[in-house]
Structure formats: C-alpha cells, structure tokens
Design a protein around this ligand. Structure first.
Ligand SMILES: Cc1cc2nc3c(=O)[nH]c(=O)nc-3n(C[C@H](O)[C@H](O)[C@H](O)COP(=O)(O)O)c2cc1C
Length: 377
C-alpha cells in the first residue's frame, strides 16, 4: 500500500532508518564552556532530552581553530572535543536516538579576537554587511577578511576531512556539512562574497568547486550514506547571489554524483524572521533536482509540516526553535498537547536556564492520550 508520508511515518535517510520525520535543526547554543569548545554534561542532557527526534543535527561545530566565529561553540578538532562529543553520542544512542554533527567553518564571519589578532579568512576580501561577532566583550563589527591564497585551499578542505574522521571517532551517525547561512562554503558559492579570479571564483562551476571538494573529503571518510549538506539559497542581508536559482540548481546537480544521505534546505515561510520575501523561491527547484532525501526548514508548525510532506515538498522537516522549548516535541505534536514558550534571551548564553530546564509533558504531569500506531494509518 502506498501511504501518504506524514510526520510520524518512518523514513530511510542514507544508512539510517528514522522512526519519524522530525529533524532537530542545528542550533548554536554557546554552552561549550568548561573548558571552552568542549561539550559539557549539560550538553549531554540537552541532546538526550531531544532523542525522540527522528534525527538530531547538532549545533554548528567548528572544524578548526580557523573556523571559529563565536565564543563557547564546540569544536571537533581536538582530542578533548572528541572525548566530550563521545559522551554525547553514547548517551543519545542509549536513549534510542540518532545524531549527526554539523561541520562548520565560519570563514569571514569572525573577528581577530579569535585568531590572535589576525584577520579571519574568506574567498575574497569582502566585508559581510551588518554581520556582528560575539567575542565575549559584546557584539563587535566583523572586519574585512583576508582572501584565502589558492595554496591554502587544500588545507581548508583537509580541516573538514579531519573533522569527519574525528566525528567518526566521536561516535556520530554521520555529519551535516554546513553550506548555509553565509558561512565559508556559502561565501564561496554566492557571487556577492566571491570575486576570485582563479578556479574557485567567477563561473558557477568554479564557485561550487570548494563545496564539492569538501563534500568529497567528508564522503571519503564517512561514506555518502552518512553525509548530508545544508544550503540556504535565498541568502540574507549579508550574503547574496545574483542568480540563486541557477547557482543552487547547479550545486544540487553536482551533489547528485555523491548519493548523499540528504540535502537540507532552509527556505523560511513568509513571516518568519529568516524569510527573504524579495528572493526567488529556490527550494522547489532543488527538490525536483536532488536524487535523495530532502529536508526543509524555516518556520514550520505541525500543520505546515504535514502539508509540506503530503504535497511531496520534502521527506523530512527540520524544526529549530520548537525543539529548544519542547524537548519532547514529537510527543507533543502526537498528542496535541500545548507547546512551551521559547525564551530568546537564553538562546546563546551559558548556563542551564533556558537550556535543559524546559519541561517535558511528563514533568508537567500531563496525562498523555493512548499512543497511536501511526505506522498503520
Ligand atoms: C538559537 C539558534 C541557533 C542557530 N544555530 C544554527 C547553527 O549552528 N547552524 C545552522 O545551520 N543554523 C542555525 N540556526 C538556524 C536554525 O537551524 C533554523 O534554520 C532556524 O531556527 C529556522 O527554523 P525554525 O523556524 O524551525 O526555528 C540557529 C537558529 C537559532 C534560533
């Protein structure tokens, strides 16, 4: 029988069978504090609380010291970081969950504070308009970066390769390459931030080259069925492409050669803070082009997520802020229970408040309705 997919139907994503179609979207929470860049016991608890998601995608985790742009974000390039993450993956697996790490290099969205006074790097010496870096001394303007030398690029690709190796050691089920939100891969792809005149700039083929080399390196380490990539083709106020449909269609066509576990696209629904009303719609084109699991994200509710799945716009929906405030989001949607209210003032600040103290339904003493076997619907 051919059932219409819905949030509670299982789905194969690369090597993994997800029990439902909820992905927890990657979210920086700035709690890697003790020591800096290493996940703490609170980080373990935070992800375990959310283990009923079909797939957890961790917060962006920098692949190298060069890739850092914010204080208290975790890394995946030292032994200590790997050991810290191993505790997280063991605990999530023991709780029945599945977890990918998001591999991140911020590129130009950084500050000399993080680099012994040196400039951050990007494809070209172009300042991201309006971008701010949080350095611990408050928000500071991001300076004009230094353009990477051609000879440095293989080394940056290797940072991702090593990070993928480390992700395997740390027990992750796979890795999501962060190609979205104006960070390094996106800076290479979009022509507003890439004016290189060598083989990494100019034509769309050249602008896609760095991303495809990173994908190949990570796939070499983990296997394609354990690698996803995230893109945000509509850009934002600080990153733009002159023809996003053409650019990202090309990138997606090229991604098809790898048979990746998934492509994860942010295209925020109207009214969402990340929505780009003046940008063309791109996700629907990419959905048609991509040959694997398609994850959509950006302001989805239970209702709009079910609509998107039923209309075959996506195979899985990623929820961000709803998972911050509702560790048991899956159960709340299943039972029709009310949602907790997120507190944006605690999104990025150290401490357990607003991190691991959002109650589950059970902790609120809510009587759950009988579980429904959605597999048979
Ligand atoms: C606190 C916070 C941190 C975020 N950090 C990341 C991140 O590390 N990597 C990333 O790709 N997106 C990040 N995002 C974007 C989210 O993954 C997601 O795209 C966005 O919240 C929209 O989805 P939602 O409406 O379901 O929350 C972050 C968003 C929030 C609210």
């Amino acid at each position: 029988m051919n059932h219409t997919p819905h949030l509670f139907s299982s789905v194969q994503v690369g090597a993994l069978t997800l029990p439902n179609r909820f992905a927890m979207a990657p979210m920086t929470r700035s709690r890697a504090t003790n020591p800096e860049t290493v996940p703490t016991d609170s980080v373990i608890k935070y992800y375990v609380q959310r283990a009923s998601a079909g797939l957890i995608i961790t917060e962006g985790s920098q692949v190298s010291a060069q890739g850092v742009g914010y204080i208290n974000t975790p890394g995946i390039y030292t032994e200590e970081q790997v050991a810290g993450w191993k505790k997280v993956t063991d605990a999530v697996h023991a709780a029945g969950g599945r977890i990918f790490i998001q591999l991140w290099h911020v590129g130009r969205v950084s500050h000399p504070f993080f680099h012994n006074g040196e400039l951050p790097v990007g494809p070209s010496a172009i300042k991201p308009e309006g971008a701010k870096a949080f350095t611990g001394q408050g928000f500071e303007d991001v300076p004009t970066p230094r353009a990477l030398e051609l000879s440095e690029i293989p080394g940056v690709v290797d940072q991702f390769r090593q990070a993928a190796r480390n992700a395997k050691l740390a027990g992750f089920d796979g890795a999501e390459i962060h190609g979205a939100n104006g960070y390094l891969l996106d800076q290479f792809i979009q022509d507003g931030s890439n004016q290189r005149t060598d083989e990494y700039g100019g034509s769309v083929e050249n602008r896609a080259r760095f991303t495809l080399e990173v994908v190949k390196a990570v796939v070499d380490e983990l296997g394609a069925d354990r690698v996803g990539i995230r893109l945000s083709p509509q850009g934002s106020s600080s990153i733009k492409d002159s023809d996003p449909v053409r650019t990202f269609s090309y990138v997606t066509e090229q991604l098809n050669q790898f048979n990746l576990a998934y492509l994860h696209v942010i295209e925020a629904l109207p009214g969402h803070p990340m929505a780009q009303p003046s940008a063309p719609a791109v996700a629907a084109h990419l959905r048609k082009i991509f040959n694997g699991t398609f994850i959509l994200n950006g302001g989805y509710t239970q209702e709009t997520a079910e609509e998107a799945l039923a209309n075959n716009e996506a195979d899985v929906i990623a929820f961000g802020v709803p998972f911050i405030a509702n560790p048991d989001l899956v159960e709340r949607f299943r039972s029709g229970a009310a949602l907790n209210t997120p507190d944006p003032s605690t999104f990025y600040v150290p401490g357990d408040k607003g991190y691991i103290d959002y109650p589950s339904l059970q902790e609120q003493g809510v009587d759950l309705k009988e579980p429904v076997d959605y597999q048979n619907n």
